[in-house]
Design a protein around this ligand. Sequence first.
Ligand SMILES: Nc1ncnc2c1ncn2[C@@H]1O[C@H](COP(=O)(O)OP(=O)(O)OP(=O)(O)O)[C@@H](O)[C@H]1O
Ligand SMILES: [Mg+2]
Length: 280
Amino acid sequence: MNDQPLLALKQVEWRYEGGQKPALNNINLSLKPGEVVGLVGASGAGKTTLLLTMAGFIPDNYAGYFAGTRRISAEIGMVFQDPETQFIGLTVEEEIAFSLENKGYSDQAIEQRIEEVLRLVRLEGFAKRSPFELSGGEKQRVAIASALATSPQLLLLDEPTSELDPRGAREVFTLLRQLKQEHEMAIVVSSHATEELAQFCDRMLLVSAGSMIYDLPVRPFFAEVEGLARHGVLIPEMIRLYHWLREQGILQGDETSIPLSVEEMVRMYQEMGARAGVRT
Ligand SMILES: Nc1ncnc2c1ncn2[C@@H]1O[C@H](COP(=O)(O)OP(=O)(O)OP(=O)(O)O)[C@@H](O)[C@H]1O
Ligand SMILES: [Mg+2]
């Protein structure tokens, strides 16, 4: 992994035309290859605006006032919150082909790439289906396949699971985990599903009223329970239990040992029992 950032925002400010106040204030952010980042914040905090700015749709495709600098050195793919509103193809393969045609791929390369990305999102056999006649999770995976078609090094997803049932949400996070592990893709995902983010992300961002409140590695981020609660961020159950056990003096540990999953919690508890010479 080299250290050259894929994307750097410096002192970025953005005000939508007609907006009362800036939607982004003094944003400084740098993303490295392969980094997986979660973005949280209350409704209206600026998550979508920040993702649109990372992708370059702001300021290019929006009216407003932009200040600061945005440097990119990577192909970027973006998946919008409601993929259906983005679909233009009558079939899944047309949908995916669209971004490739824009980039000047040959017909043969397009055909091959469609097959590859459909395999990647586990939608083999869906090429001739209508993207509108799929389940929510399948639609989301078609949108991800389209974003992946041009082999981006950075994938941005805006609340990819907010419209999905638990099973659809799990499908999407399973796929993202696979992209992270097998393709070393950098990913930024906005979501309210902090339980999933805690297990999936290396780094977490919290925005509030257009400002960056926290930009921290995942464990120190979830150590900020009071700050997170103040900004309406749901603390995952496992992490609440850990903080409670510490307050009660039952567990020792600091922010570096915060458990991010049930498995980690169980291991921590067993180790504690082993140290104390008791059976757990
Ligand atoms: N096209 C627009 N024109 C004017 N103001 C906008 C526009 N889009 C968003 N805003 C404003 O910018 C601010 C940030 O909105 P944004 O959509 O980025 O929030 P969000 O964190 O994505 O919220 P949500 O969780 O509801 O999706 C809000 O005050 C919003 O009203
Ligand atoms: Mg949004």
